[in-house]
Design a protein around this ligand. Structure first.
Ligand code: SF4
Length: 234
């Protein structure tokens, strides 16, 4: 990173570059990224466990058409739910988890998904990350989607390292990540989804594509690489 950049300038550049890249190169058509429905976000999170995006895309629209809300799912037998989600595997477990989720939403929240972190975390199967997904996508709150991929990018770019064995539970890291997210709801979404796509396509866990990376000039990790191997910024 150029020595003269302050932390705030670096944050601003990081956001701007990620958002620009996401608009040009990101996976913007994923349906769960374009919904204002908390239920649709929760369903995507539950379906995406232990399977691929491509697999979930095959059943997601049909699932939501059949079960547009938790009460619709509750009124259906587990067998029928399993039929729809069978292509994803572990359908018994998924159907049971979705039923439990729908039941809690129906009994405690009148079939609506709450927009408060503490309430969301009382839902079965919902932790910090899924709560943040709902708050960001359905409640227009600028929260970071701090999973291991975002953690990797943030640690590399800003040269920080969580001291926790499980960094996604590190409250300091969550606080830092919160500072990175733009306040406008639209920018906050583009930023978060951009970081996740960037982590998967460029700043990969193994062999990150540093020399072709549009963030290399603000990246601490690259700066260290450059010093170590005497590389010049292009
Ligand atoms: Fe990741 Fe390398 Fe880009 Fe830094 S320069 S953000 S480590 S890909």
């Amino acid at each position: 990173m150029p020595e003269s950049l302050t932390q705030n300038e670096k944050i601003r550049l990081f956001r701007e570059k990620i958002i620009k890249w996401y608009k040009e190169e990101g996976d913007r058509d994923l349906p769960w990224r374009n919904t204002g429905s908390g239920w649709a976000v929760l369903v995507a999170s539950f379906l995406l466990r232990k399977t691929t995006v491509a697999q979930v895309l095959k059943v997601y629209e049909a699932f939501l058409k059949k079960f547009p809300g938790p009460n619709d799912l509750l009124a259906t037998s587990e067998e029928k739910i399993k039929e729809i989600i069978k292509p994803l595997g572990i359908e018994h477990q998924r159907a049971r988890q979705l039923k439990e989720l729908a039941q809690t939403l129906s009994q405690k929240y009148g079939g609506k998904v709450p927009c408060a972190k503490d309430e969301l975390k009382k839902l079965p199967g919902v932790g910090d990350y899924i709560a943040a997904e709902v708050l960001l996508s359905a409640c227009n709150q600028p929260k970071p989607l701090l999973d291991r991929n975002m953690i990797r990018v943030v640690q590399r770019v800003f040269g920080i390292k969580s001291t926790k064995r499980r960094p996604h539970t590190d409250t300091e890291l969550w606080r830092f990540a919160e500072k990175l997210v733009p306040t406008s709801p639209e920018d906050a979404k583009n930023f978060n989804f951009g970081v996740l796509d960037f982590a998967r396509k460029i700043c990969t866990a193994k062999n990150p594509k540093c020399t072709a990376c549009f963030l290399k000039e603000v990246c601490n990790y690259y700066s260290e690489l450059k010093n170590k191997h005497n590389i010049k910024f292009s």
